[in-house]
Design a protein around this ligand. Structure first.
Ligand SMILES: CC(C)(COP(=O)(O)OP(=O)(O)OC[C@H]1O[C@@H](n2cnc3c(N)ncnc32)[C@H](O)[C@@H]1OP(=O)(O)O)[C@@H](O)C(=O)NCCC(=O)NCCS
Length: 297
């Protein structure tokens, strides 16, 4: 059994060539890990880990603290030459055990709806599938927009709009803060987005707030990234269309939005001229952290 020969340990700077050699073979070399290497190695809260077999690094994984009570597993990779032998499962289990040692609250991660091996070991370690995200892109267009930055003084109204949103509740109040990472949209985070001018209010007619959006501009890629956006019922489609106008107004090429996957949200974005750009969805899994638990279950 290969498992007995596996050594799980913290990654060190000397592991970089071996780790990058594995990542170069994942997703046709289009892996983000080379870009986050420095930050991951220096992380004072979580842990960037590798697994060794006979002295060779054959896999990696990262545990990240998003907030004191929300932790995230990411960067699970196994050298293609060593896949299918239980190393991915071992790394995942060690990540869960590490979260039990270092963290508290909840542990989550995201993976493709097509990644059946990961779904298997997620189920075996007590994770529940809590939602999916569909990738949509909409071309920028030129029309006036009803979005304006929401001042911090209006945070109560924004919070009320979110609290009253059935969609927000169904999405477990999660939003994509960092790229490909979901966490709870708290009042504190709303305030941070507002302070940076990234929390936008949507006032269709007159002064009443009909919706909101949390966005980032990526001018180098011509994209307006939607971290979260919401409006009641059918208004979501009008809001989505207006985000395309906002992208146009800002000189960007498109809106990039991973939307909570339900028939109504898909229909709203399609009606607003967006295209679903990935055949799969991104599934988010969650389980409670059990501080003090000695192993993964
Ligand atoms: C996903 C990945 C980490 C899995 O690593 P691995 O070492 O090959 O996985 P393992 O051998 O531990 O586990 C595979 C498990 O899934 C099962 N499995 C494999 N393919 C499957 C499929 N199509 N349907 C159902 N189960 C499947 C295997 O039987 C095994 O189950 P078992 O442990 O109950 O026997 C690896 O394929 C990888 O690095 N992929 C590229 C990067 C990636 O997708 N990372 C995940 C991001 S969350």
């Amino acid at each position: 059994m290969i498992r007995e020969h596996l050594i799980f340990r913290k990654a060190v700077p000397e592991d970089k060539p071996a780790v990058l050699a594995i990542c170069a073979q994942i997703w046709e070399g289009d892996d983000y890990i080379p870009e986050v290497w420095d930050a991951w190695i220096a992380d004072p809260y979580g842990q960037f880990s590798v697994v060794e077999l006979d002295g060779k690094v054959v896999g990696l994984g990262k545990l990240t603290r998003l907030t004191p009570t929300e932790w995230w597993l990411e960067g699970l990779r196994v050298d293609p030459a060593y896949q299918g032998q239980g190393i991915g499962r071992f790394l995942h289990e060690q990540g869960v055990a590490l979260a039990n040692r270092l963290g508290k609250g909840v542990l989550r991660f995201a993976t493709s709806s097509a990644n059946h091996s990961v779904h298997r070991f997620a189920a075996d370690t007590g994770f529940a599938h809590i939602g999916g995200y569909a990738l949509f892109k909409g071309p920028a267009s030129t029309s006036p927009t009803a979005f304006t930055p929401l001042p911090e003084g209006d945070l109560d109204i924004a919070s009320r709009l979110l609290e009253g949103s059935e969609r927000f509740q169904a999405a477990q109040r999660l939003f994509e803060d960092r790229w490909w990472t979901w966490q709870t949209l708290t009042r504190e985070l709303l305030s941070r987005y507002a302070a940076q001018g990234q929390l936008l209010g949507w006032r269709r007619r007159g002064r009443r707030l009909s919706g909101l959006a949390l966005v980032s501009d990526y001018p180098s890629e011509g994209r307006l990234i939607v971290h979260y956006a919401d409006a009641p019922g059918d208004l979501l489609s009008d809001l989505a269309r207006d985000l395309r106008h906002l992208a146009g107004e800002r000189g960007l090429e498109l809106v990039d939005w991973k939307v909570f996957d339900r028939p109504d949200t898909r229909a709203a974005l399609e009606a607003a001229g967006y295209e679903n750009t990935w055949e799969n969805t991104l599934w988010v899994f969650e389980r409670p952290i059990r501080p003090g638990a000695v192993d993964s279950e």
